[in-house]
Design a protein around this ligand. Structure first.
Ligand code: EPZ
Length: 421
């Protein structure tokens, strides 16, 4: 998308959605897969790789390590044959939360890593204590020096470690470090998100021996000989979920393509169903139909298979359309209920108390200028714009472009009156 210099989206109230959207490749799956390329020397091709800012920043980070990357038409080639150790500067690591995922592979490959602190969406404190505690249990010395994280080890030692919270990133990081460790690593209490499962499957294709994939205990045999392997990226379940929820609050008949497996969407589909949408699965496709009348309920986010935190802002937006009251409990990121304030500005009545939001039914939204402050809150504001009377302008859309390849193009395909301004 050549819209980098355009900073706002204008959306008009839309009464009907009809048409087909092709769902892009998954951001949160491809970023750790890209990081894992460091574990082997050779070249690999990733297909269905989304054309989004986060992918391009990860390419720049890999380039700092003399890894060659070549991106064209959703295909990313990675060549790690010349990979050499380097420090990763804060100017780049600060642009992306997933920069932290290079720590594990760097430790496995070079027994050291010096990286600037990771960035990412402002949705909570987002500490990395679980990543670091796990590394320390693997014999790594960790220091923070002028905001640069310095990790070093003589050799990585396999360990038995229980994560105190099933962090997705820490699980992925520790699995990748364990590939280069002496002996066996047992990780307990790990995240079971589809993005963790995909990483494990890919590592298995590279030659790593991993047991327990999909459960909360993983056993990784270290020092296995690994080789590069191509990867076909899965569809983005959060982008798909955004459009499924959007279709529940506007009279719709939309088709979502590239959905070959609905396992990762199960809870999202149940919620959409509870709110009144009718969903039919077809070959590699979903049809979502609704009359735009939204039901209500009490919902909570959580680790997979619970409802994903990434879709909580969109769900809150949709619930403002209900005639009845609803509630939402955010269990993952403490600051992610921030969208309530934006929705109230548009006419909603939402009260936030700690991690819980109470959404009053029976209020209608009216267009206004609102600002995207993080990726999913920004996407939710686009959905709010479709539901709001008149026009809504969403500024600072670079946040949205970090994860949605072309939200404007997608929504135009289903008849929304939306454009870049
Ligand atoms: C991943 O972030 C995703 N990002 C997030 O997607 C997603 O919201 C999140 O998982 C939860 O599903 C990527 O995959 C690139 P966590 P991650 O570590 O790995 C706490 C999006 O919009 N925690 O599972 O950073 C943390 O503060 C994004 O696409 C610690 O306390 O999430 C949070 O409260 C944003 N210590 C909770 O765990 C740690 O060391 C979950 O974080 C690590 C995490």
């Amino acid at each position: 998308m050549g819209v980098g210099c355009l900073k706002a989206i204008s959306v008009k109230e839309t009464s009907k959605l009809k048409g087909t959207i092709e769902i892009q490749g998954s951001k949160n799956t491809v970023l750790p897969i890209m990081a894992s390329s460091l574990l082997a020397s050779g070249s690999m091709v990733i297909t269905n790789c989304p054309d989004i800012e986060d992918v391009h920043v990860m390419c720049q980070l890999l380039k700092c390590l003399h890894v060659k990357t070549y991106y064209k038409n959703h295909t990313l080639e990675i060549d790690t044959r010349q990979a050499t150790y380097a420090m990763l500067p804060a100017e780049l690591t600060g642009k992306l939360r997933s920069s932290v995922l290079l720590l594990g592979p760097m430790l496995a490959k070079w027994q050291r890593a010096q990286i600037g602190m990771p960035g990412g969406c402002a949705i909570g404190l987002r500490p990395i204590d679980i990543h670091l505690e796990g590394f320390m249990r693997m014999n790594v010395d960790v220091k923070l020096h002028h905001d640069i994280l310095c990790c070093e080890t003589y050799y990585l030692q396999g360990t038995d470690y229980t994560l105190h919270f099933p962090s997705v990133g820490a699980t992925q990081n520790l699995i990748m470090a364990a590939v280069g460790a002496k002996g066996r690593t047992v990780l307990r209490g790990v995240a079971r998100e589809p993005e963790v499962v995909e990483l494990c499957k890919h590592l298995k294709h590279m030659g790593v021996i991993i047991e327990g994939v999909g459960t909360d205990v993983l056993t990784i045999k270290g020092s296995s000989s690994v080789s590069c392997h191509d990867y076909q990226n899965v569809y983005d379940r959060i982008v798909a979920g955004t459009y499924i929820l959007m279709a529940t609050c506007i009279s719709s008949r939309i088709y979502l393509k590239q959905i070959d497996d609905i396992e990762s969407l199960k809870t999202i589909l149940q919620v959409a169903n509870q709110l009144g949408a009718n969903i039919v699965r077809m070959e590699q496709m979903l049809c979502i139909e609704s009359d735009g009348v939204v039901g209500n309920g009490n919902f909570e986010t959580g680790g997979f298979p619970a409802f994903p935190t990434d879709l909580q802002p969109v769900l809150m937006t949709v619930l403002t359309k209900s005639e009845k009251d609803s509630s939402l409990m955010e269990h993952v990121f403490e600051k992610r209920l921030g969208i309530a304030q934006d929705l109230n500005q548009l006419g909603a009545s939402i009260r936030v108390n700690g991690r819980e939001a109470k959404i009053e039914g029976g209020n209608s939204l009216t267009g206004h200028t609102v600002r995207a402050t993080d990726l999913r809150q920004g996407a939710a504001l686009v959905v709010a714009g479709l539901m709001s009377k008149g026009y809504t302008t969403i500024t600072d859309i670079s946040h949205i472009e970090r994860g949605y390849e072309d939200i404007v193009g997608d929504l135009r395909k289903v008849g929304a009156d939306i454009s870049y301004v």
